[in-house]
Every structure is written in C-alpha cells, then in structure tokens.
Design a protein around this ligand. Structure first.
Ligand SMILES: C[S@@+](CC[C@H](N)C(=O)[O-])C[C@H]1O[C@@H](n2cnc3c(N)ncnc32)[C@H](O)[C@@H]1O
Length: 210
C-alpha cells in the first residue's frame, strides 16, 4: 500500500530501478518539451542545475540545448543518481555534468546558478516555501527557476491516491503553486500549460528572484 507514492518520491532498494525506468519512458518527451519552452526565455546560462533529475532525461535535454553550460544535478536517490549517470555517461566523463546525491543543499557550493529546473519534484517537498527559498538563494541575480508540475486532477488515479497517503502534497490550482513561489520571494515571469488544456502533459512556471 502506498508503494507507488513512496517509490516515486524516494526510489530505494530492490524496487528503486523500476520507477526510474517508468519515469524515463513517461517523462522523456515532456522534459524535452519543458526544456525547449525554457530555452528561448533564459538566454545562455553558464551554470545550470536540475533538482530531482530522476533517471536523467531532463539532464540529457539540458546538455543538448545548452552545449556551453556547466550542468549540475542533485537527487536524493542513489538508485537514480546511478541511472542518470549511465544515461549521460559521456557528459559525466567529459566533465560537463556533475551529479550529486542530495537535496537542494548540495548545490550551494556552485552558486550563483543561472537556471534551476525541477520537474515533478514539488509534490515531495514537505516544506515547499523553505525549499523554494533555498533555491532562490542559489540563483544569480536575474537567474531563473523553471518548475514543471502537474495538478492533482490531471495525475493518474494511482498517484492521486498514493502520493497523499505517503505524506506528499498535491496541488489543485496554479494559484496555489504561484503563492508558494511568491512566499519564497520569487516572481513568476512566464506560465504555460503544455499539451491539451483538458488533459495537459505538464504545467510550467518560470520565475526569477523578485
Ligand atoms: C517523480 S520523480 C521526477 C524525476 C524527473 N524530474 C522527471 O521528470 O522524470 C521525482 C524526483 O524527485 C526526487 N526528490 C524527492 N525529494 C526530493 C527533494 N527534497 N529534493 C530534490 N529531489 C527530490 C526523487 O528522488 C525523484 O528523482
């Protein structure tokens, strides 16, 4: 019971490989779409990071889209650090991609950061305003946070049931998410719904320090 919510928020142990494979299949096109949406709004970031990179499909899109940038990744799951490293092996070996196991705090030594991407991570933050404040503190002046997320009513039924059961929080409106960003001192510069409005693939909020 609740194993889906637990494994997607914190993949571990012998089951830890499976959520990564599912995320890679389900989220690859979406991550590419989000990165493309972000790309022409953020200039040419020199240092960028993905928080909660999962199997690393977003990192692959960031590396391809910003070939001159130094790319960082932070994810608390050891299983997913391994998957993302395997998926982006050449960039790791070339020194273009540095992967770290941990939450937002492991990115601190690399601040200021021009762009931080976090896709489908919001739900797993038990103190979202504190997390967003920590992200905001790492951004270069004028730097961007790109938040990709889904509203509760557009999630698969199993996630709607299991995520709250595991203590994760789901959101019912963009307004709720924007309020978190504003409470953390971030200002929303761009808002988009990707895919069909009645059944979106994802939503995007792009924010800068206020
Ligand atoms: C549903 S997955 C999304 C993965 C990937 N971003 C994607 O779109 O396919 C959520 C990810 O957030 C990570 N995560 C959970 N809690 C986190 C936290 N406090 N900070 C950063 N990442 C976290 C999990 O380990 C997992 O990789």
């Amino acid at each position: 019971m609740g194993v889906v919510g637990r494994q997607f928020g914190s993949p571990t142990g012998s089951l830890g490989r499976l959520p990564g494979l599912v995320m890679a299949r389900r989220n690859a096109a979406l991550n590419r779409l989000l990165v493309a949406q972000v790309a022409h709004r953020v200039g040419s970031p020199r240092v960028l990071a993905e928080l909660g990179f999962g199997p690393g499909v977003g990192l692959a899109a960031l590396l391809a889209t910003f070939p001159d940038a130094e790319v960082l990744g932070a994810d608390p799951s050891a299983a997913l650090v391994g998957q993302a490293a395997a998926r982006n092996r050449m960039a790791v070996h070339a020194g273009r991609l540095r992967l770290m196991q941990g939450d937002v705090t492991v990115l601190a030594p690399f601040a200021p950061i021009d762009l931080i991407l976090a896709v489908h991570v919001l739900y797993f933050w038990s103190h979202p305003v504190a997390e967003l404040m920590a992200i905001a503190s790492l951004l270069r002046s004028g730097g961007h946070l790109a938040l990709g997320y889904q509203l509760r009513q557009h999630m698969p039924p199993v996630a709607q049931q299991d995520f709250p059961r595991e203590g994760h929080r789901l959101y019912e409106s963009d307004r709720e998410v924007i309020a978190l960003l504003e409470a953390a001192g971030l200002a929303v510069r761009h808002q988009a719904v990707l895919g069909r409005t009645d059944s979106p693939a994802s939503r995007l909020l792009l924010a800068t320090g206020a």
